[in-house]
Every structure is written in structure tokens, then in C-alpha cells.
Design a protein around this ligand. Structure first.
Ligand SMILES: Nc1ncnc2c1ncn2[C@@H]1O[C@H](COP(=O)(O)OP(=O)(O)OP(=O)(O)O)[C@@H](O)[C@H]1O
Length: 249
């Protein structure tokens, strides 16, 4: 299976000397194309760092990262910015919508900033899938948290990105709204044939993925195919008896 993104022997260190932290300690992973991959692991295990380095938001201290056939370490800042804008979509825990713009303007903002003409058929289909057709002229403040995150998912998908990277996309949502957002990310894979990589603490969220990667202490320690929430929870419990994952509390 071809990889949408991958890292090889990825090392990331923060700081220097006494305070140096090795957040990634030789990780090699492939994020499969047109699949939904969840990244889990205890707090501080390197999940966000892995996502940021794979998505060109941060650079590795060692090893290599590719998006498709493009090696990220070979790119300069400007090229990385263009690559993120043209080939990737992002969803974060805080919805990060622009409060003064309408829902529709928020969705097309990355295209507008890049000077790219929207693909109207794609946008219409997207608005249909996210179920926001009757809210397009509302502002984010008039929407619930779950609706705002659905707008953020639509914005991430507007440019037909190869990969959507989502960092705790359901962290601020109740389980029903969270389920809607996860269902959307699932649709992005199943009906829109995008690749999704999601960092999460929540076994129920990870169960929406095709594959779960488990990190511990900056290393890849396990992989699970066709996960269920119960199996993910069991795997997480095995890491560390001192601290239960959020979904288990
Ligand atoms: N900008 C930074 N400067 C210094 N250390 C950092 C920085 N970002 C992350 N770290 C450290 O790197 C390690 C991995 O952090 P990272 O945020 O990737 O873990 P995580 O698994 O996503 O954690 P969490 O589940 O708590 O969000 C941690 O020890 C963290 O303190």
C-alpha cells in the first residue's frame, strides 16, 4: 500500500544541554494513502511532535520525512508553506475559525489566501457532507462547538488536500458532537478518498480509524488494525498504571 506520508528514523530534540528533550527517538512510520490513521500514546510520548514533523509544521533533528514523494527536509520555508497550503489540511482542538467571517468564508479562506479558485462541485459536495448548508451565512459565534469543528473540517478539506492532519479534533467536544466530527473524518476517507492522520487520547475516537499507531517515549511501540474502543483502551492501560488515558476516566 502506498504511503500518503512517512517518516524514517525520525529524531526530534528540543532544547540543549541539561534541558534537552528527545521527543522522537528513531521513529519510522507510514501513514497509508486513503486510510484513517490514529496516533495514540501516553502524554508526552511524542504524538503531536510526530504529527507536526510529518506535516511540515516543524523540522526533524534527524531522519527524514516525506509527503508522498516529496522529501520535506529538502524544502525551504516558503516551499513548506506552499506545500502545507496546497497539499495538506489541518484540524486542531481549538477550532481556530475567524469570528468575523461567515461559515462559507471560513471554509474557503485557505483557497482565498492562496489565490486558488474553488472547485465548486467539490465545495458543494463538501458542504452537503458536513451538513452546514443552512448555516453558510452564520458566523462561528452563532454555532455550537460541534458545528464549529465541522466547519473546521470542511475548511481543511476545501482544497482537496492529500492528507488531513487532526490534533485532538474532539478534545473540546461532547461525545455526540465528537462522533459527528469523527464521522466526517471517516467520510473524508471513505467517500472523498483523502488520507487522515489524527492524534487523540480517546480510545472511542481512535476506533474510527483503520489503523492505530502507539507511541511511548518517542518510539513506535505497537500498531493495531481495525481497532475497537475496548481493544485500544486495553492497550493504553498496559502502558502505565499510574495515569489512565482521558477516555478511561
Ligand atoms: N516546543 C517544545 N519545547 C520543548 N519541549 C517540547 C516542545 N514540544 C514538546 N516538547 C516535549 O517533547 C515531548 C513530546 O511532546 P509531545 O507534545 O509531542 O507529546 P504528546 O504525546 O503529543 O503529549 P500530549 O498527549 O500531552 O499532548 C514532551 O516531553 C514535551 O514536553
Amino acid at each position: 500500500m502506498s504511503a500518503a506520508a512517512r517518516v524514517e528514523d525520525a529524531v526530534k530534540e528540543y532544547g540543549a544541554g541539561e534541558t534537552r528533550v528527545r521527543a522522537l527517538d528513531g521513529v519510522s512510520v507510514e501513514f497509508a494513502a486513503a486510510r484513517f490513521t490514529a496516533v495514540m500514546g501516553p502524554s508526552g510520548s511524542g504524538k503531536s511532535t510526530l504529527m507536526h514533523c510529518a506535516a511540515g509544521l516543524d523540522t526533524l533533528s534527524g531522519g527524514r520525512a516525506w509527503l508522498g514523494d516529496t522529501e520535506l527536509s529538502a524544502l525551504g520555508d516558503r516551499e513548506l508553506t506552499l506545500l502545507r497550503r496546497e497539499r495538506l489540511g489541518f484540524v486542531f482542538q481549538a477550532f481556530n475559525l475567524v469570528p468575523t467571517l461567515t461559515v462559507r468564508e471560513n471554509i474557503t479562506l485557505p483557497l482565498d489566501l492562496g489565490g486558488t479558485a474553488p472547485d465548486h462541485d467539490w465545495l458543494d459536495a463538501l458542504i452537503d457532507v458536513v451538513g452546514l448548508g443552512d448555516r453558510l451565512h452564520h458566523r462561528p459565534g452563532q454555532l455550537s462547538g460541534g458545528q464549529q469543528q465541522r466547519v473546521a473540517v470542511a475548511r481543511a478539506l476545501a482544497g482537496r488536500p492529500q492528507v488531513v492532519f487532526a490534533d485532538e479534533p474532539t478534545g473540546n467536544l461532547d461525545s455526540r458532537s465528537g462522533g459527528e466530527v469523527l464521522g466526517l473524518l471517516r467520510s473524508a476517507v471513505d467517500t472523498m478518498h483523502r488520507s487522515v492522520v489524527m492524534v487523540t487520547h480517546d480510545p472511542a475516537a481512535a476506533a474510527y480509524a483503520d489503523t492505530v499507531l502507539f507511541l511511548a517515549d518517542g518510539r513506535l511501540v505497537d500498531t493495531m488494525q481495525q481497532p475497537t474502543a475496548a481493544r485500544v483502551l486495553d492497550r493504553m492501560k498496559a502502558f502505565d498504571g499510574r495515569r489512565a488515558p482521558a477516555g478511561a476516566r
